[in-house]
Design a protein around this ligand. Structure first.
Ligand code: HEC
Length: 146
């Protein structure tokens, strides 16, 4: 699986951590959560997945992936297209700071599960673990390119 290439080196893995069985592969938020963990999305998009400043000079910030951010009004098809071709609905092309060449190798089921998980998160403000009120979430699209 492509996400394997995003994993941390073996020597950095906490071998004392309890083993957690992977949920069954399906288009479910539970499986999507597993893939997001395996893919280390939080390394760049923040522990709450609500976006974070750039981790390297010159790279754009990692956008807010909760429904309070850029993905709030997106369809699953738009999400799949962005993670496979780098093209977002606004016409922006994702830079290589986002490893879309790797996410682009995931199956429809895997990307669908990731989308379902991200959409199941509480809408959060950019780079915050605080939930947004829904009305705010509908208007605020911070933390990245719309
Ligand atoms: C190495 C850092 C890094 C990792 C790891 C990473 N991202 Fe990103 N991601 C970014 C950056 C930076 C951008 C913004 C790129 C741009 O706008 O050019 C981005 C953009 C995105 C977008 C596009 C949002 C939009 O505007 O349409 C999505 C969706 C996304 N990432 C999801 C994920 C998922 C899911 C994972 C885990 C499988 C992940 N990212 C892992 C850095 C990262």
């Amino acid at each position: 699986m492509a996400l394997g290439e995003l994993q941390i080196p073996a020597e950095q893995i906490d071998h004392a951590a309890p083993f957690v069985a992977a949920p069954p592969a399906a288009r479910t938020p539970a499986f999507g959560r597993h893939l997001v963990t395996m893919g280390n999305c939080a390394d760049c998009h923040g522990a709450a997945l609500s976006g974070a400043p750039s981790i390297e000079p010159g790279a754009p910030p990692a956008p807010n992936l909760t429904p309070g951010g850029v993905l709030g009004g997106r369809s699953e098809t738009q999400f799949l297209t962005a993670l496979r071709t780098a093209a977002t609905p606004s016409g922006h092309s994702l830079s290589s700071a986002m490893p879309w060449q790797l996410t682009g190798q995931l199956t429809d089921e895997e990307l669908g599960a990731i989308f379902a998980y991200l959409q199941s998160l509480p809408p959060r403000a950019y780079n915050s673990d605080q939930p947004l009120a829904t009305s705010e979430a509908n208007t605020i699209r911070q933390g990245g390119n719309p």
